[in-house]
Design a protein around this ligand. Structure first.
Ligand code: BGC
Length: 466
């Protein structure tokens, strides 16, 4: 694509050539939603220990407080589709930025736990909405040829947010602030990216797809043309109009035989992505490290490693996903996670905390997840559904992901207390084995296939043949 922004089009604002830079910039702005998703879910790992001590939380209360954000996430994922269909993608993204800002500020200044939990749930609504909206917006502004790579920016943004949260937690932990203030700064730090997100959103255009749907085809054409040039925009407009005609499908269509199989695959993958236990490490990493003898500050330092490895191996996934395929990544990653979790459980059983082994296996677990179930599940959810029902089906899968995340996060401290570390980690290891069987038996390989080819294969009801 030509990088120029020349404006030779008869339509004001449109461009005959298109601009890749413009496309990347607006995708990057939308992906800040993913960054806040990552930051907001991970920041609690550092603040948690201080809050637990200050408010003397029981294991159940701790689990409830940490996971309360996820109640908001599930609610947000549920309403985001309807809101953004009604008011547009851009306005709904602006609402998420407001939720992140108010939620972050509220948590930082809340006088007690109940108020803090309410603001945490508000942040959660922002995260849940962003987890639906950012990839959807990017997909809707991208030309087909580079849509996959651009949508993957979302997972990169999520893990960047996680890494930034770990770094900012570690920095704040090392300041001279008293402990009662440290967690407030940790939770409040998100206000900075949230305000930046809010401001930048005013500069991105509305989704051309949504504009067409609401009858503003001229404006939609202008935006597409600015992104990809007049020729591509004309073709895209034809496709959008065609697909919009097909999208009159009813909710009940989700349960038609072929689509039902796709729905089950997406929802199961979304659930398994959480049941392999990723967020026990993402949210509770410093607590796990402390149990193995790390001091409070060095536990936060070790947690930064978790964020860095998560980031690096997401790049590996982006590099490999279109080469060796989704299914192979899930299989190799599943084996890596299973072996790592088994070893973490064993080291806890033997109390063998001398040397770097516990850190090594926690990092190999994160690396295996980051190169497989992390990005691949979101990519599959965005591509395995037929055009007609993609929005609603993806919304159900996203909701399932947040509800499963809530269950695991709520139960983890109780599991540690009741069952101990070895059995807890071995349970997650067992879920890896279940995931592997599921992936090998049921999940189709979609590498290199057009969305229409994938759609047709579901209609043939033979997932293995996809
Ligand atoms: C998951 C999150 C997780 C993150 C970790 C995402 O794909 O949906 O639950 O915290 O990856 O990198």
């Amino acid at each position: 694509m030509n990088k120029s922004d020349q404006n030779n089009s008869p339509i004001p604002g449109a461009s005959s050539e298109g601009s890749m830079t413009f496309l990347i910039l607006i995708s990057a702005v939308a992906a800040i939603g993913g960054l806040l998703f990552g930051f907001d879910t991970a920041v609690i790992s550092g603040a948690n220990a201080y809050i637990k001590t200050q408010f003397q939380l029981s294991a159940f209360m701790e689990g409830f407080f940490v996971s309360s954000v996820l109640i908001g996430c599930a609610m947000g994922a549920l309403v985001a589709g309807t809101l953004s269909d009604r008011f547009g993608r851009k306005k709904t993204m602006i609402v998420t930025a407001v939720l992140f800002t108010i939620g972050g500020l509220g948590q930082a200044i809340a006088p007690e736990l109940v108020t803090m939990t309410i603001f945490r749930i508000l942040c959660g609504m922002g995260i849940g909405m962003a987890s639906m909206l950012s990839p959807m917006y990017i997909a809707e502004v991208s030309p087909p040829g580079i849509r996959g790579r651009l949508v993957s920016l979302q997972q990169l943004a999520i893990v960047s947010g996680i890494l930034i949260a770990y770094l900012s937690n570690s920095l704040i932990a090392h300041t001279a602030l008293v402990n009662a203030l440290k967690w407030r700064w940790m939770l409040g730090a998100e206000v900075v990216p949230a305000v930046i997100y809010f401001i930048l959103l005013f500069f991105v255009p509305e989704s051309p797809r949504w504009l067409t749907q609401s009858g503003d085809s001229d404006q939609a054409f202008n935006i597409l043309s600015r992104i990809a040039g007049d020729k591509v925009a004309t073709n895209e407009m034809t496709e959008i109009k065609k697909s919009l005609k097909q999208e009159k499908g009813k909710f009940s269509e989700l349960f038609r035989p072929g689509i039902r199989t796709a729905l089950i695959v997406g929802v199961s993958l979304a659930i398994l992505q959480q049941f392999v236990g990723i967020n026990t490490v993402i949210y509770y990493a410093p607590i796990i490290f402390k149990k193995t003898g790390f001091g409070a500050a060095s536990a936060l330092g070790a947690t930064v490693w978790v964020g860095a490895i998560n980031f690096l191996f997401t790049l590996v996934a982006i590099w490999l996903i279109d080469k060796i395929g989704r299914k192979s990544l899930l299989v190799y990653g599943g084996i890596g996670m299973g072996v790592s979790l088994f070893m973490i459980g064993l080291l806890f059983k033997l109390q063998a905390f001398n040397g770097p082994w516990i850190l090594i296996f926690i990092l190999s677990y994160i690396a295996s997840f980051a190169a497989s179930f992390g990005p691949v599940v979101w990519v599959l959810i965005s591509e395995i559904y037929p055009n007609k029902v993609r929005g609603r089906a993806a919304s159900i899968a996203t909701m399932s992901n947040w509800v499963s995340n809530f269950i695991v996060t709520l139960l983890f401290p109780v599991m540690l207390d009741g069952l101990g570390e070895p059995i807890s980690f071995w349970i997650f290891c067992a879920w890896c084995v279940i995931s592997l069987v599921f992936v090998i038996a049921v999940v189709p390989e979609t590498k290199g296939k057009s969305l229409e080819e994938i759609e047709e294969s579901w209609m043939g009801l033979q997932p293995e043949e996809v």
